[in-house]
Design a protein around this ligand. Structure first.
Ligand code: AMP
Ligand code: MG
Length: 612
């Protein structure tokens, strides 16, 4: 919602105000994008500048800056999904779980609309512009507006609506004056203490998965340095700039077929006979004029002569004596014509900052003639294993010892994310050695990942050290496997690194990496990524589960014979059994409140493989 006049900002549009290196609305979009399917910007001025952000932009249909309901009307009229979320453009700190929590409330109460409230009973404040509603409410809104209603909260009062309380009032503080904006811009990023202070009944020893993910989404700053790379070296890297197309692609109207380019005015009801006056090949345009009654032999990709607007495929004509005969109805006006700029128009946004570059993106850059791009520097991740029992490859394996596998798994998972790796080997269960390793890691890396030593055993020092060398947000989650999981930061030598203290069990390492560390790493790399999609499939077997904790189980998804997908577990689920992880092609996610799964129930899975 960027539809206001911005009069208290000296007439400058609020959403377009500079804020922390970009504009206010860009922060809002970046925070909202992972939470929703698609975005639409409602604005009533500076439409072209909003359009540069790469999302569709629509002005109010009601004239005269009629307020949020007019913006909501536009949203409902153009929403292709069953639900619409609404947020104002001046809320750059909005919560990363806003939509998820509003959706849960809609579900729980069978309501049509959920909106935010903050504060205590005494200081209760409606934050109505932050809401989620069913698109089916559109008719009701249209009727309300027709009667002259313009106030958001008055309309909400006529609906089956619920409110959701958010503890952290500052996440919703919107900005009305330039002074407020400058104050917020100058404030340091929020530390863990401030993030945790906003959470009621916080217990660092039993944090629910959803809350842990929310804390992780808030803490830590993305890398700030960029590098300029030739596009082939930029594959897998994260764009640090918007790429605006410098040219129209394609640069000319051209042919989609091998055939004959003609003037549609020549197509009479009874067909046509046209004289072939020349040819056009890809890279070799036809240089002459095409007069009425004439046509040009044309190849796919060749420039369409100026007077021509239609191409008929060569197999649909009869050629004799330099003339083509076209039967009635063999081609319609405008067919087989590719328009100049139909792929990308000059000046339009081709790729957004924060996008990880895949093969299609590199090809797109080449098609624009762009040879190098600015990307964020790689994220430096230091990692080591802890445990007196660990042996490295090549060493003998005395009784009671195991080979260190976590460092290899971590190495590979980090490499696939495109991190710069700092493998620090194995560290013994010794407080001093561990402290030294953590300090060295914090001094040289952006993120430190350890495995082992975070449970409650006598030799588990990581958690204590995290608390004394930095801050520790939590060390235990209500989940399985991987209950112990420390998250915080380590400070040393004036530098700070994010810390993930992963459990020691090899399966727990992978699960906690994929479901917790990954999202933080991507964000720190500068990527604006949506959460990994969970796919709903049928359970081919019963799965024991009790409510109150999240469980991640290894599974195999396969076709069930009816064109549907089903999932079975991969046998033994002990968190040390890496072979069953190797056999799996997905993780079954059994959510906190979920109870036992019966055969045939739908469950959510995270698939391992996709196009990479
Ligand atoms: P911990 O969290 O240190 O108590 O370790 C839990 C279990 O995971 C123990 O059985 C460890 O031997 C095992 N483990 C810890 N680190 C590794 C590692 N790097 N590679 C393989 N197994 C490990
Ligand atoms: Mg250990």
């Amino acid at each position: 919602m960027a539809g206001g006049r911005g009069s208290r900002m000296g007439g400058v549009d609020k959403g377009l105000q500079a804020f922390r290196g970009s504009t206010m609305v860009q922060h809002v979009l970046a925070r909202l994008q992972p939470q929703v399917g698609t975005l639409l910007i409602n604005a009533n001025q500076n439409l072209a500048r909003y359009a540069q952000l790469g999302w569709p932009v629509r002005a109010d249909d009601i004239a005269g800056f009629a307020g949020p309901l007019a913006g909501l009307q536009v949203g409902l009229r153009h929403c292709a999904t069953p639900y619409l979320a609404l947020v104002p453009c001046d809320s750059p700190c909005l919560p990363p779980d806003l939509v998820e929590r509003l959706a849960a409330a809609l579900d729980e109460h069978g309501a049509d609309l959920a909106s935010v409230v903050t504060g205590t009973d005494a200081t209760r404040q409606s934050q109505s512009v932050f809401c989620l509603l069913k698109v089916g409410l559109r008719a009701q809104l249209e009727a309300y507006l027709q009667q002259g209603g313009r106030r958001l909260e008055s309309w909400f009062a006529t609906l089956n609506a619920v409110t959701v309380h958010f503890d952290d009032e500052t996440a919703f503080s919107n900005i009305n004056t330039l002074e407020q904006l400058q104050a917020l811009d100058a404030a340091p990023a929020r530390g863990l203490h401030e993030i945790l202070a906003g959470i009621a009944d916080y217990d660092a020893d039993a944090v629910p998965v959803a809350l842990a993910r929310r804390i992780i989404a808030e803490f830590g700053e993305p890398v700030a340095e960029q590098e300029l790379l030739p596009i082939l070296d930029a594959l897998g890297r994260v764009l640090a700039e918007d790429i605006v197309s410098p040219i129209d692609v394609p640069a000319h109207d051209n042919s989609a077929m091998d055939g004959y380019a003609l003037r549609s005015a020549d197509l009479a009801a009874g067909g046509a006979v046209l004289q072939v006056v020349g040819s056009a090949y890809a890279g070799h345009p036809y240089g002459g004029e095409v007069e009425a009654g004439q046509c040009v032999r044309i190849m796919t990709g060749a420039v369409l002569p100026a007077a021509c607007d239609t191409v008929i495929a060569q197999e649909n004509v009869a050629l004799a004596d330099g003339r083509v005969s076209i039967a009635a109805g063999a081609v319609a006006a405008g067919e087989n014509r590719r328009f100049r700029g139909e792929d990308l128009a000059a000046g339009s946004l081709a790729l957004k900052r924060g996008k990880r570059l895949r093969p299609a993106d590199i090809g797109l850059l080449a098609s624009l003639g762009v040879g190098q791009v600015a990307v964020w520097r790689r994220l430096r991740v230091a990692f080591f294993s802890t445990g007196d029992e660990l042996r490295s490859l090549g060493e003998a394996l005395p009784e009671g010892c195991v080979y260190d596998s976590n460092r290899y798994t971590l190495h590979c998972m980090l490499e696939r994310l495109g991190c710069e790796l700092l493998d620090m080997g194995v560290v013994k269960d010794d407080r001093l050695l561990l402290e030294n390793a953590l300090r060295r890691a914090a001094e040289s890396a952006d993120v430190v990942i350890t495995s082992g030593g975070v449970s409650v055993g006598a030799a588990d020092y990581t958690k204590q050290l995290a608390a004394s060398l930095g801050q520790c947000a939590f060390w235990s989650l209500t989940m399985r496997p991987g209950r112990p999981l420390a998250f915080g930061s380590i400070e040393s030598g004036g530098r700070r690194a994010l810390l993930f203290g992963l459990p020691g069990n090899p399966v727990a390492v992978m699960v906690s990496f994929y479901f917790f560390a990954r999202q933080a790493l991507l964000r720190l790399m500068g990527e604006h990524a949506a959460d990994l999609p969970l796919v709903r499939v049928r359970a081919a077997q019963a799965i024991a589960k009790r409510p109150g904790r999240t469980e991640y189980q290894r599974g195999i998804v396969s076709p069930d014979g009816d064109g549907q997908l089903q999932v079975a577990l991969t046998g033994a689920q002990g968190s040390g059994i890496l072979s069953s992880m190797a056999a799996a092609n997905c993780i079954v996610v059994l959510h906190e409140e979920q109870a036992a799964v019966r055969v045939g129930d739908m469950v959510e899975v995270l698939l391992f493989d996709g196009l990479v």
